[in-house]
Ligand binder design. Sequence first.
Ligand code: GRF
Length: 211
Amino acid sequence: MKRIVILISGRGSNMEALLQAQLPAAIVCVLSNVASAKGLEIARAHGVPTEVVDHREFATREAFDAALLARVNAHAPDLVVLAGFMRILTPTFVAPCKGRLINIHPSLLPAFQGVNTHRRALDEGVKIHGCTVHFVTPELDRGPIIAQAAVPVLEDDTEAILAARVLEQEHRLLPAVVRWYVEDQVQLVGPRVRTGHVRHADHFLCSPPPP
Ligand code: GRF
């Protein structure tokens, strides 16, 4: 059975979605850079071991990344999932994890890389927004895209309302991608990702909908 390590920094709702998904895999550790992360309590309640590597104890990003990598590798994971992990990782961590490190990002990449994605989507007036699961490369939010889920942006949306609509999709998308990964359905072919036997939707989202 494949082994998964999840990295979080806060609330942990995406991590919780993974814990509830009954994946055919073992979630062997949830690791956080923040000792007070709410998600750690959720992981413990699910009986999953937790660990903390506090970035503030390290003088440089590289030193933190080397320590984090050692702790992650101690679990011999087949897959490392960044589920709301709010630190930028350097090549020290990313390079050795190539092809087995994925992230969930709350926008339809490559639009709205970085933070405050929902606010920026509203400011730009986009009609469709969403979330992306992608392989992590040293370039922030630019790794090969595995899957995306889209939602409409509605006229009365606030940042909080739009964030909640996207988050609902994150909780569907991330477990789906992790399931495909552990079932060997995700293949990195050059800069692009193939998803094996995964059935593709034959509908499309148009917002606002045509008459
Ligand atoms: C999610 O929106 C995720 O896409 C982003 O950070 C947020 C984490 O939320 N990377 P949670 O901790 O999973 O609830």
